[in-house]
Design a protein around this ligand. Structure first.
Ligand code: ARG
Length: 484
């Protein structure tokens, strides 16, 4: 037999073919079937899962205490080597297909028969499903820190500029006056909801380890034991579902997609606010870029990319759903593609959260500019209608009265309802069949500054609502700082 060489690689140790050759013999097939490129990043989780499995095997006496010692020594050595050498670790061999086989091969090289016993009662199918659960758990804590930083940045900004009165928009048309803080807290709340979703979806772990390839094992595996060693409180209850499902990845990607969706809406809003036409905010130079042709430009590219990366994140969710949709119950190799998508979505959202926190921390709200335009758009029209309601006018009638008054202002070239005389208000009332109820106090209900002080419903976007929310968010922030 000719010795293995790059042109004649050794067959994969787990392939027993008639020809003695296997999928390693065609380099394209070897590369095509390999997931090493992206599943390498699971090496710590894979080793963690293997140690738990080996401890269980020793516990049920399928391997000896000496075997376990050897296996743990070997796996710990491998972990240190990969920690140090990363991609340059010589154990990464594309012809071994994936992180699981590379680590097992290296372990066998180090420990001989002890290493050969590690895969007892296990398949890569339950192994990879377990690795994924462990990765999701760990990465959840990482991404959580990023949400925290952004939450803190929003609270800090709201504390500084939250009191500024600004217009709100529905249909991107001027609606009612609000304070800046209320809008900032809307973004904040959306993010916290995304994080809550992520927490809900990632905190009901079950361990697939011990489900084997599809049907479990005839060996006396103690699945609770290995789950406990992984700090997972429950074991999966059906070996087919446990090995065929990537629900963990899909749930994760869905929560990431929701985060992306909200970050994208925020980015769009601030891109508009940063335009010359609006001028509500000024982005820090660090987070704008120039144009290769137009020397004056300061483009909001970071915000645009936060918006743009949503495409990748949605794409990852769609890819995962599509990978799973045509599969029979049980493992199919298609499932190997799951990780590439969930990692891509996670990496993109992590970057976006980091970038968003920096942008929020450094952006200036231009109070004077916002103020200059406040009289445009009759932002106080609804407040006026509510004033009339307090004087006993049915809302539908008061809506009509104010509609007419706005029209009068437009005809007279007035920008503000407060330029009208008391008589004008009362004439409009009688015109619409209502009593002339307007009194001098009507002017306290007009003008954006007055209006934001008057909102009193819970959760309102005026001063009282903002103050209330600021208090709650600061308390929550304080709680988050407390050690558990
Ligand atoms: N790398 C594979 C994956 O990520 C491991 C499972 C391979 N299982 C198999 N029966 N060929 O899904």
């Amino acid at each position: 037999m000719t010795p293995p060489s790059p042109s004649n690689p050794a067959p994969k140790p787990w392939e027993h073919t008639k020809s003695g050759q296997g999928s390693a013999a065609d380099p394209l097939a070897a590369r095509f079937v390999s997931s090493l490129d992206y599943d390498k990043r699971l090496y710590t989780h894979d080793i963690q899962g293997s140690i738990a499995h080996a401890r269980m095997l020793e516990h049920v006496k399928l391997i000896t205490a000496d075997d376990l010692k050897e296996i743990e020594r070997g796996l710990n050595e491998i972990k240190s080597e990969i920690d140090e050498q990363g991609d340059a670790w010589p154990g990464w061999k594309v012809e071994l297909e994936d992180v699981h086989m590379c680590i097992e091969a290296a372990l066998i090289e180090k420990t001989g028969d002890a290493g050969r016993k590690l895969h007892t009662g296990r398949s890569r199918n339950d192994q990879v499903a377990t690795d994924l659960v462990l990765w999701v758990n760990e990465s959840y804590w990482e991404i959580n820190k990023k949400y925290d930083a952004l939450v803190e940045a929003f609270i800090g900004l709201a504390d500084c500029v939250g009191h500024i009165v600004m217009p709100s928009y529905t249909h991107l048309q001027r609606a009612q006056p609000i304070v800046v803080g209320a809008e900032l807290f809307a973004w904040l709340e959306s993010l916290c909801e995304c994080r809550r979703r992520l927490t809900m979806l990632t905190h009901e772990d079950v361990s697939p380890l011990g489900s084997g390839a599809i049907a479990g094992s005839s060996l006396p595996l103690d699945r609770e034991f290995s789950a406990e060693a992984l700090d997972i409180s429950a074991v999966s209850t059906n070996s087919l579902y446990a090995t065929a499902s990537r629900d963990v990845a899909v749930d994760y990607a869905y929560s990431l997609a929701m985060t992306s969706m909200w970050l994208s809406r925020w980015a769009e809003q601030w891109i508009i606010y940063a335009s010359t036409e609006f001028g509500f905010i000024t982005l820090d130079d660090l987070y704008t870029t120039g144009s290769s042709m137009m020397p004056q430009k300061q483009n909001p590219d970071m915000l645009e990319l936060i918006r743009g990366k949503t495409g990748l994140v949605y794409g990852s969710l769609m890819a995962l759903l599509t990978v799973c949709k045509g599969l029979t119950i049980g493992y199919n190799r298609d499932l190997q593609e799951d990780k590439r998508h969930v990692f891509a979505a996670y990496d993109a959202v992590c970057d976006c959260l980091d970038m968003a926190a920096r942008i929020v921390k450094t952006t200036k709200f231009n109070e004077d500019r916002i103020k200059q335009g406040l009289d445009k758009g009759f932002l106080d029209a609804t407040s006026l209608a509510e004033y009339l309601v307090t004087k006993g006018v049915p809302f539908r009638t008061s809506h009509q009265v104010v509609g007419k008054l706005v029209q009068q202002c437009r005809d007279k070239g007035f920008e503000k309802l407060s330029l009208l005389k008391l008589d004008d208000f009362n004439a409009a009332c009688t015109d619409s069949g209502s009593k002339p109820v307007a009194e001098q106090d009507i002017y306290d209900w007009l003008g954006p500054e007055n209006v934001v002080k008057r909102y009193q419903s819970a959760g309102n976007a005026g001063l009282s609502g903002f103050q209330e929310q600021l208090k709650t968010w600061k308390e929550r922030l304080g709680e988050a700082d407390q050690p558990e």
